[in-house]
Design a binder for this molecule. Structure first.
Ligand code: ATP
Ligand code: MG
Length: 456
């Protein structure tokens, strides 16, 4: 689309002389003889650039500029000042004009200015959509009751400086929660520094966290600033904290207590003002019992504990998540928007999602790439999405429960299936016999994906 240029000048000579060169360059050109007429033209044609004369009878250019800025804040305005009144033009740029040119000017001058302004606003637009894309990546989607509770906790925790401990299975969104806390905090303009404690080799983690001086150990050829120092005034996110060695745990505890760090190989202590958010998918209480995680560090970290529930406990988040990821990935892979049929959404609603939101996200991305049609239906899912049916007998080798909770779930499921079979899949009867309300039994059937069809 050709860029639209609007010129507001009371001098008919200038208005007419610009038409040919601008149209020759392929621009769409409109001219207005007064500020009032020009403002009407802005509303009518929403130009890409406005050239605005300062000295005009009636409303002058500076006053018009103020009104136009209210009307359309993003419209780039270039002021035209009379010869020798550059100071007025400079004043106008302070009031929000992007540039000014002095009379008399030739068409060439106008064309150069147009090119510059268009380049700048293109850059600005690109930055804006880049920023929007980044935000979409870190947007938290879902409206289930349990996710709302997480949101409430985020809002309560964010404005404080309290240490937050994020708990929950792999892939539930702990990192996203950590970022939201930072983004909603008073530190949002400062850095968010992430450290994956499990990914860094034991010999390096201390120098990663606390930094080191040049020559402090073999291989330390340059000095390094540690993550705690980098995060000064901002937030440090200690991810997979359950994988930290005892020695590092002791040092981290000291930093939390004293608010200062020492680089390796230096006796100097450095004050740091850092907000700490930690996360783990391990059951820290068990680690404490085993003696692999320090209880005192646990207490320090869990001033505000937030547990992010697994996806199977908030299935209502699945449809909005699917839509969100579908949008995200069709944009990212330059695909036309694809729609999931209701049946496909229902299917996904029931699937098992062992890997939680991460697995759902990867599945949707794969579907978007692999499905050539505009709609994605159940048939597209059958081979890649596993329904939440049998962690039942036969499968047990693979499904052997690791945690107490998993054991309880497996046992509960097996018990329910057995009782249902005993009573011929009569729900009311079974509920009565096992002493639970019918509604609860229905909930359990849904939770474990139990059905007569699959489990009879
Ligand atoms: N509510 C949500 N809305 C949108 N995207 C989400 C949501 N929850 C998680 N995700 C996405 O799912 C993926 C996994 O989330 P994240 O990395 O935060 O999980 P995690 O709990 O840190 O897992 P792990 O313990 O394995 O590190 C990410 O790509 C994240 O953006
Ligand atoms: Mg994570």
């Amino acid at each position: 689309m050709p860029a639209r240029i609007l010129l507001i000048d009371d001098d008919a000579g200038i208005r007419d002389s610009m038409r040919m060169p601008l149209e020759y360059e392929g621009y769409e050109y409109t001219a207005a003889a007064s500020a009032e007429e020009g403002i009407a033209a802005i509303q009518r044609e929403s130009p890409d650039i406005l050239f605005l004369d300062i000295k005009m009878p009636g409303m002058d250019g500076l006053e018009a500029l103020t009104q136009i800025k209210v009307l359309d804040e993003g419209l780039p305005v270039v002021m035209i000042s009379a010869h020798g009144s550059a100071a007025v033009g400079a004043d106008a740029t302070r009031r929000g004009a992007v540039d000014f040119i002095e009379k008399p000017f030739g068409a060439e001058r106008l064309l150069v200015t147009i090119r510059n302004v268009l380049n700048q606003s293109r850059l600005r637009d690109e930055n804006r959509s880049l920023k929007r894309a980044v935000e979409a990546r870190h947007q938290m989607v879902g409206e289930s009751g349990s996710l709302r509770q997480v949101w409430d906790a985020i809002k309560r925790a964010a404005p404080t400086n309290a240490t937050v401990l994020l708990l929950g299975e792999s892939g539930v969104g702990k990192e996203l929660v950590a970022r939201s806390i930072h983004r909603n905090s008073l530190r949002s303009r400062e850095r968010f520094v992430q450290v994956n404690c499990a990914a860094i080799p034991e010999e390096l983690i201390e120098s990663e966290l606390f930094g080191h001086e040049k020559g402090s150990f073999t291989g330390a050829t340059e000095k390094q600033i540690g993550k705690f120092e980098q995060a000064d005034k901002g937030t440090i996110f200690l991810d997979e904290i359950g994988d930290m060695s005892a020695k590092t745990q002791a040092k981290v505890l000291r930093v939390l207590q004293e608010g200062e760090v020492e680089r390796l190989g230096s006796a100097r202590t450095i004050k740091v003002d850092v907000r700490v958010i930690a996360a783990t998918n391990k059951e820290l209480e068990q680690e404490i019992e085993k003696g692999t995680f320090r209880e005192d560090l646990y207490f320090r970290l869990s001033v505000i504990p937030i547990t992010v529930p697994p996806l199977r406990d908030r299935r209502d988040d699945i449809p909005p998540l699917v839509r969100h990821f579908a949008d995200l990935f069709s944009r990212e892979h330059n695909r036309r928007p694809q729609r999931f049929t209701q049946a496909a959404l229902d299917f996904m609603h029931k699937a098992r999602w062992k890997g939680n939101v991460r697995e759902l996200r990867n599945t949707v991305e794969r579907l978007i790439i692999m499905t050539p049609r505009d709609t994605i239906d159940v048939d597209d899912l059958r081979d890649i999405v596993r329904l939440d049916t049998k962690p039942a007998a036969g499968d047990t080798e693979k499904e052997r429960p690791g945690t107490l909770r998993e054991f309880k779930e497996v046992a509960e499921r097996a018990f329910l299936v057995e009782k249902l079979r005993e009573h011929n899949w009569n729900i009311s009867k079974t509920a009565e016999v096992i002493g639970t309300p019918r509604s609860n039994l229905y909930k359990k059937l849904e939770q474990y994906g139990i059905s007569q069809e699959n489990d009879a």
